[in-house]
Design a protein around this ligand. Structure first.
Ligand code: ATP
Length: 234
């Protein structure tokens, strides 16, 4: 079976010096993979590269076997990749509904927003409110909702728990797991909150100084004291 995402020997940087070195990673349909690692390890850089915002220096990225570099950035959404960047990127001057419509802009026909409102009833209540009127948790839901409006097969999610109360984080994690179970969505989840990420992930990869230093089933990473001490620091 072809993996949904196949990254091989990927090296990426902002200038000449690489930030990611020789990264290899696969994500299967319906798999949740947590990308863990200290600040500056290169997690956001990995997601930016996968969503076409940064060009690889070397290596290859394939989506369903197709070379990602041959797909224009604006078409990546049609090919099933959606990115929720750190800091969320909600357009604060637009309403909830307008933000959600932006998510589906590249899809033809334009997708209905009803499934998103069913998933996030709070966004339905707030549909006429502008982004700046939302709480942190609502903005994060909106950012995820907007990405889902593009009907992705692979969701690249950067630090969804940032600045959120543990209860909201838990809700978002549960929702991701449900979505995966119901729709086969695959998720590459960058998270500082290691425990909550591994609570829903199938696998965890640990990045250190731009290299993948280990990859295991999430349960093994959590249960094996040696691995936990070595790579997760708890
Ligand atoms: P964090 O959790 O702090 O965001 P991270 O693991 O996501 O950490 P990245 O943001 O990918 O790490 O950063 C990896 C390295 O790339 C860091 O050394 C950072 O300084 C550098 N870097 C990130 N963004 C840029 C940029 N726009 N220009 C130059 N260097 C950058």
């Amino acid at each position: 079976m072809t993996a949904l995402l196949e990254v091989e020997n990927l090296t990426v940087g902002y200038g000449a010096a690489p930030v990611l070195h020789d990264v290899n990673l696969t994500v299967e349909p319906g798999q949740i993979v947590a990308v863990l690692g200290a600040n500056g390890a290169g997690k956001s850089t990995l997601l930016r590269t996968l969503s076409g915002l940064l060009p690889p220096q070397t290596g290859s990225i394939r989506l369903d076997g197709h070379d990602l570099r041959k797909i224009k950035v604006e078409h990546l959404v049609r090919h099933g990749i959606a990115h929720v960047p750190e800091g969320r990127g909600v357009v604060t001057e637009l309403t909830v509904e307008e933000n959600l419509r932006l998510g589906g802009l590249w899809r033809k026909p334009q997708p209905s927003l009803e499934p998103i409102y069913e998933l996030f009833p709070r966004l339905a209540e707030r549909r006429r409110n502008e982004g700046h009127q939302l709480s942190g948790g609502e903005r994060q839901m909106l950012a995820i909702g907007r990405a889902l409006a593009a009907q992705p097969r692979l969701l690249l999610l950067d630090e969804p728990s940032l600045g959120l109360a543990p209860k909201i984080t838990a809700q978002i994690m549960a929702l991701l797991r449900d979505l995966r179970d119901r729709t086969g969505l695959a998720v590459l989840l960058v998270e500082q909150n290691v425990r909550s990420a591994l609570s829903i992930a199938d696998q965890g990869v640990v990045l250190s100084l731009g290299r993948i230093v280990t990859r295991h089933d999430a349960a093994t990473l959590v249960d094996d004291a040696e691995l936990r001490h070595a790579y997760l620091g708890f």
